[in-house]
Structures are given as structure tokens and as C-alpha cells.
Ligand binder design. Structure first.
Ligand SMILES: [Zn+2]
Length: 452
């Protein structure tokens, strides 16, 4: 058995049901589980002196497109909104290879770890018909090398231009092809047990890139195999117009007609919902992944997070794909979320600790997990430490719970720990050779963009 003692933490922000914050307290970890929190000291294989650190539960990212890490900061899309942005980028994305998926996953998840994210959900939906490589398998390999807890999805697109969809025809697959690969991935990788490091979600891309038939069959398969469902919804007015024109329904009514509503479903964005639709989400416990940076970047709008929280809609926080962010820093997303809703909703906006709750417990709930998201006995040892002995944090010690959202933390964590293992320390990834990853990743980026 491997043991780790986090000794004498200046503050531990537990995110338990009572928002408990502990001072000058130890955390004892046996293998991958928190087994003691208190004043007693234990001998341990590894001891971290946390006397000038705040300790937080690991952040949970609930929506991403890691492959987009290789197509960010591109001048030609900086002024576009979603539909034009997508049609421009599809031309580049059709060149992705298993190596692009592998190195962009290492890069994007490496950045997430450095900034306190310990569980990542990724929504990969681009499967060029020009090759039959196994893409999601490469993501699981990258996650295992980094030591991050990873929820992959088998995303998909089946409605190409010929069927009135947005993507080019060579970026869509047949329903059978998609369902076969979905089943293969669930059977090979999905582990539903406590402390699982690998899970699979089924995630057709969006109403304008997926046929109704695939949506229905995917939901049937997911429920048969007891895995969760995810898609983009209510992101833009263009999507709403598309659904009304093609299906004669607003986006949520359309998804409901396909069986895509309920506690096992969460949508990315959820900006353009009416109040009745928000009530339906609360009633059915259908979740929303809130992506404030992406929503601002693409001029998509502002999700009504204060109202969702008031109604009890399950909400998590997410960075969204790197091409609309343009980074993978969930810690930075907390402050952006906080400020956006302060601007838009004034005194009804969530406080700093409520934003942290979205990024921890909220995310865990969307992913269907009760073993992560807080620092409590028996929970997975997923947490991160911030060194607060710096000029940036002088005078902020009265509210460690809100610090991340109100003051903001703009540097890597002192330590990020996943499943009991230190995976990032003082901004350096511990389990991979970061320099070698950067070299090869940049080589792959150049190769991908050159093909254009
Ligand atoms: Zn997205």
C-alpha cells in the first residue's frame, strides 16, 4: 500500500454539503482514497508540507474537444460565429489522424492537470471517412500516461451536407459504423466502479450534424449498456432556427421527442432555453455544461446560470474545445464564469464558492459520480494545492472558498493529485516528458495545417 500525508494545510476547502473549510489540518491518503482528515499525524511514504497552501477538490471538466488543441489561435476564424466557424474548421479537421488525436489529448489534458483539473470529459466527434484508425483508444492511452481521470465519448456525425446537415459528407459515418464502434468502446473501456479512471459516454455531435435515427439508436444503446448521453444543445440562435425549420420543433422539444432527456443526459452550453424549458430540465434532472469562455468567444450568448441554479438544474463547468477557448485551463474558467454572471445578473449571480461548487460537485454529478468532487473521507484522492505565500494572494485569506473565482489564480498549481498520485508539481507534469511532448505535438500541428 502507498501512503501520502498532506500535512498541516493552511486551509482545506472541502466542498462538502456544509461548505466546510478546515484550517491547519492533515489529509491522509491510502493508495487512491482519502482515509483520514484531522489533526493526527501518520507516517507516510510521501509527505507534502502544506503549511502555506490551500487545498481544493480536483476540478471536473464536463465538455471539451481535445483535438481542437491543434487548431486554436487561427487568424481565419477569429471573427466567426459557430456555423461559419465550424464550416471553416471542418476543412482542417478532416486531416486528423490517430497521432493528432493522441498528441492533442496529451497537450490539452496536460494543461488541464497543471491548473487543477483532475477529471476530464472529452467530446470527440470527428471521424474522417478517409481512414479507419482507432481514435478514442489513443485518447485513453494519453490519459493513462498523464495520470488523469478520463471520461471519453464516442461522438459522431451522420448528417452530412447531402442530408441537409452542416458537415462535409466525408466527415460523417453510417449509423451502423457508429453504433458498432460505440459498443466496442463501451465494452473495452467503460468501468462503472468507484474510483474508475476510465468511462465511456455516447455523444452524437448536435442536431445539425446528426440524423434523428442515430440519436434514437444511440440513446437506446446507452440505456442498454448503462452509460451516459451527451450532445451540444441550445448553443446558438442558428441552431434554434435550424431545428424549427427542419423538425418543426425547438431544440429541447426535438431532443425530448428522441428520448434525449433525463438524469443520464447532459447538454453542452444550454444558452437559448426559455423559462419553461429550464423548468423541464430541472424536473427531469437533465444537466448543462456551462462554457463561459467559448460562449463569449463565439458570440453565442449567456447561459442563464443563476436561474438554472434557482430551479435546481444540474450544472457543471467546462472549457469547451480549445479552438473556441483557446486554451484548456478550467481554473481560469472559474473567474470568467464569476465575472460574466456578475455583469449580467448583478446580485442574483452565484458567489465565488458557488462557482467552485459547479466546477467540482456540479461536474461530478453530470458525469454520474459520487466518489469525486469533494474532500471527504472515502472519496477519491483527487485534489490540488495552491501556494498562497505570494504577493498575488496577500489579503485574500478571509475566504479561501471564493478565492479561485473572485481573485483568480493565474499560475499552475503547486501540486495536482489524481487518484492518490502526484501528477503535476510546481507547473511540471510528473509522469510524461513534457519537452518531448511539446516537440512532437508541434511537429504534428505543422503537419496537420500544412495539408490544407
Ligand atoms: Zn463543444
Amino acid at each position: 500500500m502507498k501512503t501520502l500525508l498532506i500535512k498541516n494545510a493552511q486551509a482545506i476547502v472541502t466542498m462538502d454539503d456544509f461548505n466546510t473549510v478546515l484550517e491547519n489540518t492533515n489529509i491522509f491518503i491510502e493508495n487512491n482514497v482519502i482515509t483520514y482528515i484531522g489533526e493526527k499525524e501518520f507516517a507516510a511514504d510521501e509527505i507534502i508540507d502544506a503549511s502555506h497552501h490551500y487545498v481544493y477538490p480536483g476540478l471536473v471538466n464536463t465538455h471539451h474537444h481535445l483535438y481542437q488543441t491543434f487548431t486554436r489561435n487561427l487568424p481565419q476564424v477569429q471573427k466567426l460565429e459557430l456555423f461559419d466557424w465550424l464550416t471553416t474548421l471542418y476543412e482542417i479537421w478532416r486531416g486528423i489522424t490517430p497521432e493528432v488525436v493522441y498528441y492533442s489529448s496529451l497537450t490539452g489534458m496536460g494543461e488541464l492537470l497543471k491548473y487543477g483539473c483532475t477529471t476530464c470529459f472529452d467530446h470527440h466527434y470527428v471521424f474522417p471517412s478517409s481512414f479507419a484508425g482507432e481514435l478514442i483508444d489513443r485518447q485513453f492511452a494519453a490519459a493513462a500516461e498523464l495520470g488523469i481521470r478520463f471520461h471519453a465519448s464516442r461522438g459522431s456525425m451522420s448528417r452530412g451536407k447531402n442530408d441537409g446537415g452542416l458537415p462535409p459528407n466525408d466527415l460523417v459515418q453510417s449509423v451502423d459504423q457508429i453504433l458498432d464502434d460505440s459498443l466496442r468502446l463501451v465494452e473495452k473501456y467503460h468501468n462503472p466502479d468507484s474510483f474508475s479512471m476510465q468511462q465511456v459516454v455516447l455523444a452524437p455531435c448536435s442536431p445539425f450534424s446528426v440524423t434523428s435515427d442515430l440519436m434514437v439508436k444511440t440513446a437506446e444503446l446507452a440505456r442498454q449498456k448503462n452509460v451516459r448521453l451527451h450532445t451540444h444543445l441550445a448553443e446558438t440562435k442558428d441552431e434554434e432556427d435550424y431545428c424549427i425549420e427542419k423538425f418543426g420543433m425547438r431544440p429541447l422539444a426535438y431532443m425530448e421527442s428522441l428520448g434525449w432527456i433525463g438524469p443520464d443526459v447532459w447538454y453542452a452550453h444550454g444558452i437559448h432555453f426559455t423559462d419553461d424549458e429550464l423548468k423541464k430540465l430541472a424536473e427531469t434532472q437533465t444537466g448543462v455544461a456551462h462554457c463561459p469562455v467559448s460562449n463569449q468567444k463565439l458570440s453565442s450568448g449567456i447561459a442563464q446560470i443563476p436561474r438554472m441554479l434557482e430551479l435546481g438544474v444540474p450544472v457543471g463547468l467546462a472549457v469547451d474545445g480549445s479552438a473556441s477557448n483557446d486554451c484548456s485551463n478550467l481554473l481560469a474558467e472559474l473567474r470568467v464564469a464569476y465575472l460574466l454572471h456578475r455583469l449580467n445578473s448583478s446580485e442574483s449571480s452565484p458567489e465565488g464558492n458557488a462557482i467552485l461548487r459547479l466546477a467540482t460537485r456540479g461536474g461530478a454529478k453530470l458525469l454520474g459520480r459520487d466518489d469525486i468532487g469533494s474532500i471527504e473521507l472515502g472519496k477519491a484522492a483527487d485534489l490540488f494545492l495552491i501556494d498562497i505565500n505570494r504577493v498575488e494572494y496577500v489579503g485574500t485569506q478571509f475566504d479561501p472558498q471564493s478565492l479561485l473565482a473572485t481573485v483568480g489564480v493565474n499560475r499552475p498549481t503547486a501540486y495536482t493529485i489524481v487518484n492518490g498520485r502526484v501528477v503535476s508539481k510546481a507547473g511540471e507534469l510528473c509522469l510524461v516528458d513534457e519537452h518531448a511532448v511539446v516537440q512532437e505535438a508541434n511537429r504534428q500541428v505543422t503537419h496537420l495545417l500544412k495539408r490544407l
